[in-house]
Design a binder for this molecule. Sequence first.
Ligand code: BEZ
Length: 237
Amino acid sequence: MSIQLFADRDPGNALIKLPISARRTVRWLPRIGDKFPDFSLDTTQGELRFRDWALGSWTHLFSHPAALTPVCTTEIASLASHDETWKRLNVKHLGISASPIEDQRLWHEHVEDIFEVDIGFPIGHDPMLTLSQLFGMIHDEEATGHAIRKSFILTPELRIAVMMEYPVHIGRSTAELIRVIEALQLVDATGAATPADWMPGDVALVPDERSETEVLRQFGALSRRIISYLRVVDPGP
Ligand code: BEZ
């Protein structure tokens, strides 16, 4: 069996132009489980060395296309409005954008005034989009000169746990970000799995053959086997 990734001719035998991204050499394709590379950049809160700053917290590292633009405005206002949740979940946010620091600072003032929030997290300046390229945040067919909306959730050991990508004109969901981080933390603490549409407090899945004693110790409840390969546990309130 052979897998043809790119046909260079269509059925009419005309040459097919490959997307620009497919013509480039890929240096690093970020994958779940990869250790995130260290970097430093200038941010709205001063120079930041990523590893020193992020180690020990869950990190939401995200690109946004530009300061002083509508969708981005609502995204950072939404993140800022959940400050208590980020503290409870031990989450830090770091944005990356090509916009100059002065624009970002002015923009933060606007957002803080309009939405009555405090933007407590830094946004970094990536002037030549070097980091954004490396992290797969530049999708040439969607936008040129700035990033798409890409979010990495990193573990406290700085491994990639989740990646999410959105086009320029669709704002991300903070509720989904929180849901996924809560799921990651449950899986991390118990080795459980979360089913489709899981929300905090819902039934979790026991994906292995651990003993009931172990299940009781971890969840304070016994599991129930629905079929040989589907075992659920209700951690209760
Ligand atoms: C926005 O956030 O709305 C936006 C950003 C860059 C280009 C177009 C729109």
